[in-house]
Write a protein that binds this ligand. Structure first.
Ligand SMILES: C[S@@+](CC[C@H](N)C(=O)[O-])C[C@H]1O[C@@H](n2cnc3c(N)ncnc32)[C@H](O)[C@@H]1O
Length: 272
């Protein structure tokens, strides 16, 4: 059962933590993104998003653009579009080329109906007031504009959650340790259609089921360690638990040849 407590929500949405630590640069985000290199089938998420914008002309804003992965792809595939990146964290915008602005998804510095497409990719779960961010998305796009959001299912990477509990249990000397923090649980693929459906009459869900197969513990450990900004929120010592996960993954790989992780991301294409 995901932790949906007020303390969990406060930690996942805390602006100071997001801007000052979690997304102060792109090290941790890049570690999470790079795990998908070992995904089968290997979805081209930036390409899929660009495809969903194929009928869009004019202006597109990427809200919570992070290290600019999607902006870069759009700049390459769609030089006709006028692009703007927005993020709450100035540090992560430092190396994103092109026009960018520091702003909050719940108070966009954009006029009503001023963009033809808007992206909110793997970011709405970090917003304290998700319905307000969805209203802002609906406000800034034109009547026939497209909003593309993305997130993960609540079944995504279940093996990593279990791995954390085993490692934390070993560190604490108990059978099964406490769960690790879940970043995405406030806006999962299961909850997203209802939240987006408050403002958009058509919400198409594109599921991207896959398996990540690694034969070396490093990418898994880098992914798990990318939660370091929330280390104080874990009920087990962070570094010791990470060290233990490395040993467990290495042991699993030497016995079975690989470590497999369920990947359940999805894209939501919204229209009015
Ligand atoms: C998980 S990253 C996703 C980055 C990018 N969209 C991607 O999919 O690769 C979440 C991003 O949303 C940003 N963010 C979090 N809360 C925000 C808010 N209220 N307004 C704007 N950006 C926000 C973070 O700073 C971070 O860069």
């Amino acid at each position: 059962m995901p932790d949906l407590s007020a303390a969990h929500d406060a930690a996942v949405t805390d602006r100071a933590r997001l801007a000052g630590s979690a997304y102060n640069g792109d090290r941790d985000l890049a570690a999470r993104q790079s795990l998908y290199r070992w995904q089968t089938p290997r979805y081209d998420l930036p390409g899929l998003v660009a495809e969903r914008l194929s009928a869009v002309r004019g202006r597109v804003v990427d809200i919570g653009c992070g290290n600019g992965t999607f902006l870069q792809r759009l700049r390459q595939d769609r030089p006709d579009l006028s692009l703007l990146g927005i993020d709450i964290a100035p540090g992560i915008l430092a190396h994103v080329p092109g026009p960018v602005a520091v702003a909050d998804a719940t108070r966009l510095p954009l006029a009503a109906g001023s963009v033809d497409g808007a992206l909110a990719l793997h970011m709405l779960y970090h917003v304290p007031d998700i319905p307000q961010a969805v209203r802002e998305l609906a406000r800034v796009v034109t009547r026939d504009g497209v909003v593309v959001a993305s997130t993960n299912s609540d079944r995504d990477k279940a093996e990593l959650d279990e791995l954390w509990r085993r490692a934390a249990g070993d560190v604490l000397g108990v059978d099964r340790g406490p769960a690790r923090i879940s970043l995405g649980s406030r806006f999962t693929l299961e909850r997203a259609p209802a939240l987006l459906g408050e403002e958009f009459s058509r919400v198409e869900v594109v599921e991207l089921p896959a398996t990540v197969t690694v034969r070396d513990p490093d990418p898994v450990i880098a992914h798990m360690a990318s939660y370091r900004a929330w280390a104080d929120q874990q009920d087990a010592p962070f570094d010791a638990t990470i060290d233990r996960t490395r040993a467990l993954v290495a042991e699993h790989i030497s016995r079975h040849g690989a470590f497999e992780i369920t990947s359940r991301a999805g894209v939501l294409v919204c229209r009015r």
